[in-house]
Design a protein around this ligand. Structure first.
Ligand SMILES: Nc1ncnc2c1ncn2[C@@H]1O[C@H](COP(=O)(O)OP(=O)(O)O)[C@@H](O)[C@H]1O
Ligand SMILES: [Mg+2]
Length: 243
């Protein structure tokens, strides 16, 4: 029996050896998506971004998996919920890492970024139909771009090893797109992370601290007409029920 070190929406993660983990996907999870995560993880690692190396795809007990380098760290979401007084500092880490991802141009990772984002916004439980249409309309107006976007960026996908070292995991939805789409996605994803009320509080704080921080570390803030994805993130937080 393998020791489990984590779990997410798609998979359980087990210790495979001293420095490797096995990410074992839920039964029936589509092989194309797993292959995508395997290939994008290798691609992003080769760009020099601090991500765990993907070694091989395997099958175990009728489930498909990927062997990854083990990161001896704790998820940023875990730290944020344990140490809420440090939320500002953690949010700065979240923004700085995200900016570091967005500086890479990756035309060969093309997918339909806007269409995927529009689908995510369409499925967001906390937006009204009118808000969804408005955000999607503005999203269509974003310029075409081919920067590296994570597509599922949130603090549970950031592992912190020590004060100066963090890495981004879970690259199945990595793609080329406009960096402004990525922060818009963060709150959509945060809403799905956990219903635990402590985490909900953390989520609200994260977006309040993280969004301005990302805007100030990148040049994105200079284009007010392109702020809508951030607006969607803020709006989701406004609608999020208070304790
Ligand atoms: N390479 C790794 N090293 C150490 N822990 C990991 C690693 N990959 C994932 N984990 C742990 O497992 C959790 C879920 O992993 P993740 O890849 O995000 O799965 P999912 O795709 O299901 O969200 C992470 O938050 C982390 O705690
Ligand atoms: Mg994850």
């Amino acid at each position: 029996m393998l020791e489990q070190v984590g779990h997410g929406r798609t998979a359980d993660i087990f210790v495979a050896s001293d420095n490797k983990v096995l990410k074992l996907y839920k039964k029936g999870f589509p092989i194309e998506a797993i292959r995508e995560e395997y290939e994008v993880s290798q691609y992003v690692h080769d760009l020099g971004i601090n991500v765990p190396r993907a070694f091989e795809m395997i099958e175990r007990d009728g489930r498909l998996g990927i062997i990854f380098e083990r990161v001896p760290g704790t998820s940023l979401l875990h730290l944020m919920t344990r140490r809420p007084l440090r939320i500002r500092r953690f949010s700065r880490t979240l923004a700085a890492l995200h900016h570091h991802v967005h500086v890479h141009s990756v035309a060969d990772l093309s997918r339909n970024h806007k269409e995927i984002l529009a689908h995510n916004i369409q499925s967001a439980p906390l937006l009204t139909d009118a808000e969804k249409s408005k955000i999607i309309h503005q999203l269509q107006g974003l310029p075409e771009d081919h920067k590296l976007c994570h597509g599922d960026y949130h603090p549970d996908n950031v592992l912190v090893t020590d004060q100066n070292n963090s890495c981004v995991i879970d690259w199945m939805t990595g793609m080329a797109g406009h960096p402004l789409g990525d922060p818009g996605n963060i709150s959509l994803q945060l809403c799905n992370v956990n219903q635990d009320l402590r985490r909900v509080d953390a989520c609200r704080n994260i977006a309040h601290e993280y969004l301005p921080e990302l805007e100030s570390t990148s040049s994105l803030r200079t284009r007010p007409e392109h702020r809508l994805p951030q607006e969607s993130a803020r709006r989701l937080l406004v609608h999020w029920p208070r304790r």
